[in-house]
Design a protein around this ligand. Structure first.
Ligand code: PEP
Ligand code: MG
Length: 575
């Protein structure tokens, strides 16, 4: 009997193969007292050294399979395994309590995990807990001599079924043999989901039951776009999956031909398709994706990947690197957006009741002008190496915008006076992510070259629903007619003053939202690199005359986002 398993659609594509259920060995252990403490420490050292050797091998596989950036995870694991403080704490515990190595290692790791997990407003540090877990599992497996499964040994096509996938698991995946991934845990932005998209392996996460319901070698068919899978499919069901697979392969093939193509609607209206990045390393994927520019470079990583403020020189190098790699294509760099969910421990910002409504982004930049001016100088110096736009995040009032622009001008003049080369064509823009700025767009538009609508924040502020709180996630409603109306207002106001309007929130790459945004007259769409070609393909099939009508109609007649979505789907069926 066929069984259906549903979950969160994490990576597009169809996969059909026999299941490989990843079962971790039982790493439970007994706690006991040791008589020879020194021998126990040596046993721990041997396990740690074996783990290091194993990790080196995985790292080199990751370098070939996944590239430098992912391999960096293992560098972090190796650093942890060689960290004198981490090692000493475990050894000290064995000495002090005469406990066995397994117990000492687990207890010290748990302490670190609790600390990292407690940093609830710092996603980056929270992720470090996963690293500690991963490293600890590896040491325990050597201490207990129960080897971890070696995914790199898979030698036939499989659908990988797992409770969760750690970075070391995904690094070993051979994307030619792993035809699909089904995971019990996780959401669209979890590690396993992001990695499967990077590897272009169809995936469903958050199934909750996959490992309970699927046995090794059972046939599994999955649709990563719909988030549905079937175990032991009947020949009729299997045929349906095969048809879908053929259609998907044809779509992907068609997308790849669009890499160099202009972004035009069916009736010839041109749009700009750009990509979002977080570090200079992301540019390679952007170039590969056929994006026409970078619509958002979140500079926070420069501040968060360090234990002190980045210097002007560090920043200059990073910005110059991105501009040079993009070879004259437009690059929009956003000034620091720290605060909210992005904490900087070394800045020692006071704890707040409502961080998302508190001291963040431009509010910090304007009060800590030392930090802001350093960033602006680095940007100005880098501007000579490409086509730069700068935008300010979280602008709420005209006064904030004017002050930011005045500081920019002061730094620009100072650099020019001291003979530094600065581009005379830097575009200045602001993010529209606060309802007040959206409503006041007509006035803001007269003072900037471009707007970039940050829907991740604009939606959370319009619906008064914290974007990171799962209990209110139903209020993340990008298709709601009221929100579409607000966006329409921004676009109309901007166009009255010849100001360009871009969007760089998640909504810009959402395939239901794209037709509506085209109809509303949005000029530029910036999204994750993997969505670029798919969106270009969609745009080319749509006529903006129909879309204008559709957008106006849904705004005036629909009661909610669900109705809007149904209207868009109906229209797409006719295309
Ligand atoms: C947004 O708010 O939509 C945005 C792009 O900024 P971030 O997600 O970095 O807050
Ligand atoms: Mg934002």
């Amino acid at each position: 009997m066929a069984t259906e398993i549903k979950g969160i659609a994490a990576s597009d594509g169809i996969g059909v193969a026999k299941a490989y259920v990843l079962v971790d060995p039982d790493l439970d252990f007994k706690r006991y007292t040791v008589t020879d403490v020194q021998a126990e420490i040596l046993r721990l050292q041997a396990a740690r050294l074996a783990a290091i050797e194993e990790l080196k091998e995985i790292k080199s596989k990751a370098l070939t399979n996944l590239g430098k950036e992912t391999a960096a995870v293992f560098e972090a694991h190796l650093t942890m395994l060689n960290d004198p403080d981490f090692i000493k704490q475990v050894e000290d515990k064995i000495k002090a309590e005469s406990c066995n190595a397994e117990a000492a290692q687990q207890d010290i790791s748990d302490q670190f995990i609790t600390i990292f997990e407690g940093m609830t407003d710092n996603a980056y540090m929270q992720e470090r807990a996963t690293d500690v877990r991963d490293v600890t599992k590896r040491i325990l497996s050597h201490l207990l001599q129960r080897p971890l499964p070696t995914l790199s040994l898979i030698d036939e096509p499989v659908i990988l079924v797992a409770h969760d996938l750690t970075p070391s698991d995904t690094a070993q995946l051979n994307k030619h043999l792993v035809k699909g991934i089904l995971v019990d845990l996780g959401g669209r932005t979890s590690h396993s989901a992001i990695m499967s998209r990077t590897l272009e392996i169809p995936a469903i996460v958050g199934t909750e039951v996959a490992t309970q319901k699927i046995k090794n070698n059972q046939l599994v068919a999955l649709d990563g776009e719909q988030g549905t899978s079937t175990v032991d499919p009947s020949p009729a069901i299997l045929e349906k999956y095969q048809e879908k697979a053929q259609k998907f392969a044809a779509r992907r093939e068609a997308w790849s031909k669009l890499r160099q193509a202009p972004t035009l609607s069916k009736n010839g209206q041109s749009f700009m398709l750009a990509a979002n990045i977080g570090t200079p390393k992301d540019v390679a994927a952007v170039v590969q994706s056929g994006a026409e520019g970078i619509g958002l470079f979140r500079t926070e990583f420069l501040y968060m990947n360090s234990d002190q403020l980045p210097t002007e020189e560090d920043q200059f190098r990073a910005y110059k690197d991105v501009l040079e790699q993009m070879a004259g294509k437009p690059v929009v760099i956003r000034t620091m957006d720290i605060g909210g969910d992005k904490e900087l421990p070394y800045l020692k910002l006071p704890k707040e009741m409502n961080p998302f409504l508190g001291y963040r982004a431009i509010r910090i930049s304007l009060s800590r002008q030392d930090i802001f001016r350093t960033q602006l100088r680095a940007l100005l110096r880098a501007s000579a190496f490409g086509n730069l736009g700068i935008m300010f995040p979280m602008i709420a009032t005209l006064e904030e915008l004017r002050q930011a622009k005045a500081i920019f001008k002061e730094e620009k003049n100072r650099l020019i006076e001291s003979g530094v080369a600065v581009s005379d064509n830097i575009k200045l823009g602001m993010m529209i992510e606060i309802p007040n700025s959206a409503l006041f767009a007509d006035r803001f538009a007269q003072e900037v070259d471009f707007f970039s609508i940050g829907t991740n924040d604009l939606i959370q502020y319009t619906f008064a629903a914290d974007r990171g709180n799962e209990r209110v996630s139903y209020l993340y409603q990008p298709y709601h007619p009221a929100l579409l109306n607000l966006i329409h207002h921004v676009i109309e106001a901007a166009h009255r003053h010849n100001t360009t309007v871009a969007m760089c929130g998640e909504m810009a790459g959402d395939q239901i939202a794209v037709p509506l945004l085209m109809g509303l007259g949005l000029d530029e769409f910036s999204m994750s690199a993997t969505s670029v070609l798919k969106t270009r393909d969609l745009m080319r099939q749509l006529d903006t005359t129909d879309l204008k009508q559709l957008a106006t109609e849904v705004i005036s007649t629909c009661d909610n986002g669900e109705q809007v979505k149904a209207e868009v789907k109906q229209m797409e069926c006719k295309v």
